[in-house]
Design a protein around this ligand. Sequence first.
Ligand SMILES: Nc1ncnc2c1ncn2[C@@H]1O[C@H](COP(=O)(O)OP(=O)(O)O)[C@@H](O)[C@H]1O
Ligand SMILES: [Mg+2]
Length: 300
Amino acid sequence: MITVKGLHKKFKDFHVLKGLDMHVQKGEIYGFIGHNGAGKSTTMNILVGLSRPTRGECTVNGTVLANVEHPGDLHIGYLPEDPRFYSWMTARETLAYLGGDIAGERINEMLEWVGLTHAAHRRVGGFSRGMKQRLGVGAALIRDPALLILDEPSSALDPEGRSDVLRLIAEMKQMGKTILFSTHILADVERVCDRVGMIAEGRMIMEKPLFQLQRDNIRPIFEITPAIPWEPDIISKLSQLDVVLEVTIKGNSLHVMTVDESESSKKLLRFFADRNTPLRGLSLRKNSLEELFLQEVKPL
Ligand SMILES: Nc1ncnc2c1ncn2[C@@H]1O[C@H](COP(=O)(O)OP(=O)(O)O)[C@@H](O)[C@H]1O
Ligand SMILES: [Mg+2]
């Protein structure tokens, strides 16, 4: 659905995208993640035809971008990072205006779908952030595009608003749509995405199906709290165990990342038993996508 090869974008001498590659397949939800300022919006603006690449090739919906004269010809549903509406229009008028010749029935359907039927005749100027964002999602879908590009659709919302938007995104997929959305909230990606792309320093540093990312990169972490102070060289001793990948101290607990759960738990318990170290707590969790992201992408 989207293929990007060697995309570069410079603003004067500021090089934002430095050879970005991206592959979005038909029918999937693609989560585009990266720090603020990494170049997500820049990439999306190019994909929807609002900004020209400095170099590189993009194919969207089977069309090579360079050959497109009017962005509207791409038939993409686009939700900008900060959607603006006419504050004096009602929700219904807004969708009618953006839908052009779309029939009233479809407008009612969209209002119902985004949960704004009760506010259909209220002015958008008085809407909450969450309502505006849901209206924006409805507006992106009003012309029934096959591809939706949503720039941080959930990022500025409270947990309830985020859940609403993520549910709408999941429902779009059920309708057979392809969705590319950006976010810096990694938990949102874990909730709905099929594929994840991480951008850093102008390039795609990782692009994988979510399940593969979880299988290959998400590791168990044992959080171990002792009943007595640690031996001073505990980190280097633990690191010598073949199942241990990484040891960090957080507060008075040790966080030990290991290659697996069962072998590692046995070896860790034996390690402490051999030293006669009494433990006050031992718990197991998985590292989150957030931690993985921080490992892969060094903060700016
Ligand atoms: N029109 C522009 N002119 C100059 N610099 C820009 C412009 N648009 C974006 N940038 C810069 O490009 C970088 C990437 O921005 P952006 O794509 O908005 O990042 P993201 O969406 O990942 O937060 C930022 O440093 C931003 O300041
Ligand atoms: Mg952005």
